[in-house]
Design a protein around this ligand. Structure first.
Ligand code: GLU
Length: 546
C-alpha cells in the first residue's frame, strides 16, 4: 500500500507542515527544574460545574507553587455543545474565586492557538503521519454497521468497541479504500491499535498512586468525518505542544487513560504525568452520588456567586476537600493567605470528596467575620448591584445608617465578632427588618394578645430615646413586674409557675413588635439605629395589629 498517497488522499490539507516545524514552533519551556505546566481544558458549554473549580484550583496551586505555568485551553471540538460567550463565563467565574491563568484562550501566550478548532492543521499533520506509518486508517463503517457490531458483541458477551476482528475497515485493501473514496463515502480516521487487553501495566497516578492499567486495543477514532479531531487525539497533541507536564483532571477520564497512553506512544510524545481527581459527591437519602448538574443547584459555580458566597470562603472550603492536611494548617494559621499553604498532590483524596453545605456555611461565617465593616459594606454592595432586588438596592442610599446596622450585626463593637452572615443573599435578608420598604412583620407572639398589647402600650408610654441601655432595661424590668412577670431570673427558675413569665419574655414581645423577629442582636441598639420616630411608629403598628 502506498501510505503516503493514502495520507494525502484522506487528509487533503495543504497547510500542514513538516512535523519538526511544530516542534520548533513550540519549544520546551524555559522553566526552572521542578516547575509544572498545568492546564484547565474545559469544553465551552457555558456551564461551570463546581468540579471545574475543584480541578482548576489544584492545577493552579501546583503550577504557581512551583513557579510554573497554568493555562486555559478550550476544547471546542464538539460543535453541538458549544455556547456563545462560554469562554467569558469561564474567565469570570474562575476569576471570582481567585483562579487566574497565566496564558491561554483570550489571553496571551506563545503556545496557542488555545482553541482546538483553530488547531486543525496540526492535528491533520499528525494524523497524516500516523497514516504514513501504518498506524491509522480510514473507516467507512456507518452507524448501522457499528450498531450491528454492538449487538453481536452483546449477544456473545464480548467487550464492546471497534477492535480485533470487529474492526472491519482495518483490513480493507488499497483498492477497496479508493473505491469507497470514489463512491464519496464518508469516513473517519481510526488509530490502528497495537495494544493487547491481556497485558496489564502498573501506572503511577499522581493522585491515586499505583494503579493497574490494561493496554488499549480499541481502534479509536482520531479524526471525525468532518476532519475535526476527537478529544483523545486533540488533547494528546495539545498537551505535548503546549508542553504540559502534569494533567490533573476528573476521574471520569481514568477509563480513557489506556487510549491516551497508546496515543502518546504512537505519536512519539513523552507522556505527561497524570493525576485523576476524585469527584465531588453528596449524600442523597441512603446513597452517595456525584453532584449533578440537573438535580443540584449547588453543582453550578454560578450558584455561589448568585448566593453571594465570599470567594475566599468557597476557596477555603474547596481546599479542605482537596488536601487532607489543609484543615490542620487552617486551624494553626487562620489568618494567613491560602497561597501560603503548601499544596501537595500526594494529599489529594483518592476516593470521592463529600460535599457538605453545612461545613461550607460554617467556613463562610468565619470568613465573613474576618471582613472589616467597610469591606462588608463593599462586598454586599457589589453583590446587590448584580443580584439584589430593587428594594435591597435602596438599602445603600444612606451609608451611615447601613454602616450602623452592619456594626451591630457584625458585632464590631463587642468583645467577639458575631457570625450572623453566611453569604450576601442571606445577609441582605437578615438585615431587611431595618428598612421600612422591606419590613413586613408577622408578629408570632407566644403570649395572649391582651397581655402583649398591654406590655407594648406601657413601653410606648415610658420609652425615651435618650435612655442609655441600662435605663432602658430598668423600664423593661418595671413593665415585667407590673404585669406579673418577674425580672428576678433566679426566683423565676426556682418557681416558674409563680409568674406569668420573666423579663426575657417581655423583651421578646418588644423585639417581635419592633423587628418582626424573636431573635435579633441587642434590642436597645436596634431602637437606637431605627431612631425614636421609627421605633414609636413600629410599636404603634404592632399595637394596632393586635
Ligand atoms: N475537555 C475535557 C473536559 O471537558 C478535559 C479533560 C482533560 O482535562 O483532559 O472535561
Amino acid at each position: 500500500m502506498d501510505w503516503n498517497k493514502l495520507a494525502d488522499a484522506l487528509i487533503p490539507d495543504e497547510n500542514v507542515k513538516d512535523l519538526e516545524e511544530y516542534e520548533k514552533a513550540y519549544p520546551e519551556r524555559a522553566l526552572e527544574k521542578g516547575a509544572q505546566v498545568t492546564r484547565l481544558a474545559p469544553s465551552p458549554t457555558g456551564f461551570m460545574h463546581i468540579g471545574n473549580l475543584f480541578v482548576a484550583l489544584a492545577n493552579e496551586r501546583i503550577a504557581h507553587q512551583s513557579d510554573g505555568v497554568f493555562y486555559l485551553r478550550i476544547e471546542d471540538t464538539d460543535e453541538k455543545r458549544k455556547v456563545e460567550g462560554a469562554v467569558e463565563v469561564i474567565h469570570t467565574s474562575l476569576k471570582y474565586f481567585g483562579v487566574k491563568f497565566d496564558e491561554g484562550a483570550d489571553l496571551c501566550g506563545n503556545y496557542g492557538p488555545y482553541y482546538q478548532r483553530q488547531r486543525a492543521e496540526i492535528y491533520h499533520a499528525y494524523a497524516k503521519d500516523l497514516i504514513r506509518r501504518g498506524l491509522a486508517y480510514p473507516c467507512f463503517c456507518t452507524e448501522q454497521d457499528l450498531e450491528q457490531t454492538r449487538e453481536t458483541q452483546t449477544e456473545q458477551k464480548l467487550l464492546p468497541g471497534y477492535y480485533g476482528e470487529f474492526a472491519k475497515c482495518r483490513t480493507l485493501t488499497e483498492e477497496q479504500i479508493y473505491e469507497n473514496l470514489r463512491a464519496g463515502k464518508p469516513y473517519v480516521i481510526r488509530l490502528r491499535s497495537q495494544g493487547d487487553v491481556n497485558v496489564k501495566h502498573t501506572f503511577r497516578d499522581e493522585v491515586k498512586g499505583e494503579i493497574t492499567v490494561t493496554e488499549n486495543n480499541q481502534d479509536v477514532v482520531i479524526l471525525k468525518s468532518d476532519g475535526i479531531p476527537t478529544y483523545h487525539f486533540a488533547h494528546a497533541i495539545d498537551d505535548h505542544f503546549m508542553r504540559t507536564t502534569l494533567v490533573i483532571r476528573g476521574e471520569e477520564w481514568l477509563s480513557s487513560l489506556p487510549i491516551h497512553i497508546e496515543l502518546f506512544k504512537a505519536l512519539n510524545f513523552r507522556l505527561p504525568k497524570y493525576g485523576h481527581n476524585c469527584s465531588i459527591q453528596k449524600i442523597d437519602g441512603e446513597t452517595r452520588r456525584k453532584l449533578s448538574k440537573r438535580k443540584d443547584p449547588e453543582a453550578s459555580l454560578s450558584y455561589y456567586r448568585e448566593q453571594g458566597y465570599h470567594p475566599d470562603a468557597v476557596r477555603t472550603y474547596m481546599m479542605t476537600l482537596l488536601n487532607s492536611n489543609f484543615e490542620e494548617w487552617l486551624l494553626k494559621f487562620p489568618d494567613k493567605p491560602l497561597e501560603e499553604f503548601k499544596f501537595s498532590i500526594g494529599k489529594m483524596g483518592k476516593s470521592g470528596a463529600l460535599f457538605d453545605i453545612v461545613k461550607l456555611n460554617d467556613i463562610a461565617k468565619t470568613q465573613m467575620s474576618k471582613l472589616s465593616q467597610e469591606e462588608t459594606y463593599d462586598f454586599l454592595k457589589t453583590w446587590t448591584e448584580e443580584f439584589g432586588t430593587q428594594t435591597q438596592k435602596k438599602y445603600f442610599d444612606d451609608k451611615e445608617y447601613l454602616m450602623n446596622v452592619l456594626a451591630l450585626c457584625m458585632g464590631v463593637n463587642g468583645k467577639k465578632r458575631r457570625k450572623d452572615f453566611i453569604c450576601a443573599k442571606q445577609a441582605m435578608d437578615t438585615i431587611a427588618y431595618f428598612f421600612e420598604e422591606a419590613f413586613s412583620p408577622e408578629y408570632a407572639y407566644r403570649f395572649e394578645n391582651g397581655t402583649v398589647k398591654k406590655v407594648l402600650q406601657e413601653f410606648k408610654e415610658v420609652y425615651n430615646y435618650a435612655d442609655d441601655s441600662s435605663a432602658w432595661f430598668n423600664k423593661v424590668k418595671q413593665i415585667a413586674e407590673n404585669n406579673g412577670f418577674t425580672s428576678d431570673m433566679k426566683a423565676y427558675k426556682a418557681n416558674p409557675d409563680a409568674y406569668a413569665g420573666n423579663v426575657a419574655d417581655i423583651a421578646e414581645m418588644l423585639r417581635i413588635a419592633v423587628t418582626g423577629l424573636s431573635n435579633t442582636p441587642d434590642l436597645w441598639t436596634i431602637m437606637q439605629i431605627l431612631g425614636e420616630q421609627k421605633t414609636l411608629d413600629r410599636l404603634e403598628k404592632a399595637i394596632s395589629a393586635l
